[in-house]
Design a protein around this ligand. Structure first.
Ligand code: KIV
Length: 295
């Protein structure tokens, strides 16, 4: 678990060595980071999925490096007992090696232990540049959400022999270029297994089947905070959106009926102060209460 994990230690974690699967969850702020840490996850991903589940965008293309720095710093301030990976957003590693390394360093300075980027052979020079700067880098292959326009939607990848062979070759190149691990998203189980067994670094799957060296899911999906759609690979372990709406509805009703606040949820003047204000004997009354005592 957590604090003892480093990129080199993660790089050695393979199911085929008899290791336990890696557990990764996204988190985007201090409370979610604390929850993921207390749940005992190995890794937190400050994913650019925050665009969709937190910031209300349709896809991940709108998120900037500034956004990622802001959320990575919030996660890091919670001091989770997890290895923190932060996503490099779209267009932050596409222009030049200098810009790529500079952006990766911003995420590290915000508190990440590693960065993640999407793509295969076309990203190798950037991966090498990041690794050369001594920044641990995680790859991401298969359904890469930042390619949503090029892919024509969020579609399962690697379904033909040719596509699977390209994916396999990309995975080997990523490992060779210095990635310490890679996310495999939205590929058939068989391809997930083939890639996992063909590379020396761990694969962390999301919709890539049970044979990956670890699994990652989005915080809001696992907890049922995002309930508008549920991809096939998501398992919901709670219904926090529904529970939350129920609780907030009860609050609204209590306010409207006068049931909130109750007397023990109020502060009161001391008797002498109430008297000085001419309130003694009226509804105002009671205790010798320190107004700050219950803070
Ligand atoms: O941004 C994200 O949450 C991700 C996961 C889907 C792996 O990249």
């Amino acid at each position: 678990m957590g604090s003892k994990l480093t990129a080199p230690r993660i790089a050695g974690r393979k199911l085929q060595n008899g290791d336990e699967p890696l557990v990764m969850l996204t988190a985007y702020d201090a409370p979610s980071a604390r929850m993921v840490s207390e749940a005992g996850a190995d890794m937190i991903l400050v994913g650019d999925s925050l665009a969709m589940v937190v910031l209300g965008y349709e896809d991940t293309l709108q998120v900037t490096v500034d956004d990622m720095v802001h959320h990575t710093a919030a996660v890091a301030r919670a001091e989770p007992d997890c290895f923190i990976v932060a996503d490099l957003p779209w267009m932050s590693y596409h222009v030049s090696k200098t810009e790529t390394v500079h952006n990766a360093a911003r995420l590290i300075r915000a508190g990440a232990h590693a960065v993640k980027l999407e793509g295969g052979h076309e990203r190798l020079p950037m991966i090498e540049a990041i690794a050369d700067a001594e920044i641990p880098v995680m790859g991401h292959l298969g359904l890469t959400p930042q390619s949503v326009l090029a892919m024509g939607g969020f579609k399962v990848q690697g379904k033909s022999t040719q596509a699977a062979m390209i994916l396999l070759s990309d995975a080997k190149s990523l490992a060779h270029a210095g990635c310490f691990a890679m996310v495999l998203e939205g590929v058939p189980n068989e391809v997930g297994k083939l890639v996992t067994q063909s590379v020396d670094i761990p694969t962390v799957g999301i919709g890539a089947g049970p044979d990956c060296d670890g699994q990652v899911l989005v915080f809001h999906d696992v907890l049922g905070i995002e309930d508008r759609f549920k991809p096939k690979f998501v398992r919901r372990y709670a219904g926090l959106k529904a529970d939350g709406v129920e609780a907030l509805t009860a609050f609204a009703s209590d306010v409207r009926t006068g049931a909130f606040p109750a007397d023990d949820e109020c502060y009161h003047l001391a008797d002498d102060e109430a008297e000085a204000l001419g309130l003694y004997g009226s509804a105002a009354s009671t205790p010798d209460e320190d107004p700050l005592s219950s803070w």
